[in-house]
Design a protein around this ligand. Structure first.
Ligand SMILES: Cc1cc2nc3c(=O)[nH]c(=O)nc-3n(C[C@H](O)[C@H](O)[C@H](O)COP(=O)(O)O)c2cc1C
Length: 372
């Protein structure tokens, strides 16, 4: 099959994307202990700069937003300077890159908080599972229930992080509203048992996410903002009793705020694409007035079909980008895809990160590396 639709350029809301392939956000946990990225990340993103849009790995908006050891942040000068190496490299290669703004919520750990406070959450209910620390994996802790004053501070920190991302040279930001992290844990009703302005009704549960979207769009411009949602994903023990109403309301708010992109994970991420009884995400995307990025388990054939059926404007590929830096060229030439071993996904150095070669038949094989 000729995947010509995936390779078509796209002009959307004043930005030009060279093709419809999005490099999906991938945490690789190779920043310093203090969350500072550097040359390694610059080289890694440069190698993948031919994607129409790169979305960075999740980047913490504040120290207690980190969801594991060696994950990066964007809350201090060293991190902003570190990210500038990546954005400069990607731009020099003609690429476009958004920063994914992240707060891991109760899936973080007190050791990341400057005052060692328990992780932030809507309610003091621990998640099942473990967080990776430099000393090894530790069970998730019982988090602290954020006060309304604290929520207001966190919203301001999202805005500051968006400002920092633009200062670091990113072309836009993606607000991470998925995977059971802070904003998702307020939005869905699995653990949000609050009876104040941030819990109870759909409007109240969505208030944190929608406030963040509002402040970030005001700050960087709605045309530079994407929002990632995962209505069918149970990571972080997330569920919702009425996902159509919950996410439908978020879409209404995103339309009112004129958000440029929605990035929807269709299935239960990393578990299964097909979720019996799950929400048909087409209901959400059809109601959205901006651009649509779909993700999860796409092959090139499936992606081209989704574009042809006008279900999406771009398709995000995650795992395939790990071992195929030249994924776009492999798509263009119909070259076989390499696979990666899970053991290299998180943590370590350049091995398993920047040492996957382009296919010998790929014209990107001659791609230059970052210098200096
Ligand atoms: C190693 C790894 C790290 C990931 N890190 C993130 C992340 O930081 N932010 C995010 O929104 N999704 C993250 N994801 C999910 C991917 O963006 C994507 O949704 C998932 O891989 C499904 O797409 P695929 O089937 O094309 O791989 C990660 C996935 C993997 C495999």
């Amino acid at each position: 099959m000729n995947h010509k639709r995936l390779l078509e350029p796209l002009a959307h809301r004043g930005l030009l994307y060279s093709n419809r392939i999005v490099f999906s956000p991938l945490t690789r946990a190779r920043a310093t202990s203090d969350g500072v990225p550097g040359q390694l990340q610059a080289e890694y993103y440069l190698q993948r700069a031919s994607a129409g849009l790169l979305i960075s790995e999740a980047i913490a908006i504040r120290p207690d937003g980190r969801g594991g050891a060696w994950t990066p942040g964007i809350y201090n000068e060293a991190q902003i300077d570190g990210w500038r190496q990546t954005t400069d490299a990607v731009h020099a290669a003609g690429g476009r890159i958004f920063a994914q703004l992240w707060h891991a919520g109760r899936l973080s750990h007190s050791s990341f908080h400057p005052e060692r406070l328990p992780p932030a959450a809507p309610a003091a209910i621990a998640a099942s599972g473990r967080v990776v620390l430099e000393s090894g994996a530790a069970p998730y802790e019982t988090p602290r229930r954020l006060t309304i004053d604290e929520i207001e501070q966190y919203i301001a920190h999202y805005e500051q992080a968006a400002r920092n991302a633009m200062e670091a040279g990113f072309d836009g930001v993606e607000i991470h509203g998925a995977h059971g992290y802070l904003l998702d844990s307020f939005l869905r009703d699995a653990i949000n048992n609050r009876d104040d302005a941030f819990g109870g009704s759909v409007e109240n549960r969505a208030r944190f996410l929608v406030s963040v979207i509002g402040r970030v769009t005001d700050c960087v411009g709605a045309h530079r903002v994407a929002v990632r949602l995962s209505p069918n994903t149970t990571a972080g023990d997330m569920t919702d009793s009425d996902p159509e109403a919950t996410f439908g309301y978020v879409i209404e708010c995103m339309n009112a705020l004129d958000v440029a992109w929605i990035d929807v994970i269709e299935g239960n991420n990393m578990v299964t694409r097909d979720v019996p009884g799950g929400l048909d995400t087409d209901i959400l995307t059809r109601a959205f007035s901006g651009g649509i990025i779909l993700n999860h388990g796409f092959t090139f054939d499936m992606a081209d079909e989704a574009l042809a059926a006008e279900r999406a404007d771009m398709i995000a590929f995650g795992r395939d980008f790990i071992a195929n830096p030249d994924l776009v060229e492999r798509c263009r030439k119909g070259l076989p895809l390499a696979t990666s071993d899970r053991s290299v996904w998180y943590g370590g150095g350049g091995e398993g990160l920047i040492d996957f070669p382009p296919h010998p038949a790929s014209s990107e094989a001659a791609q230059s590396s970052v210098s200096g």
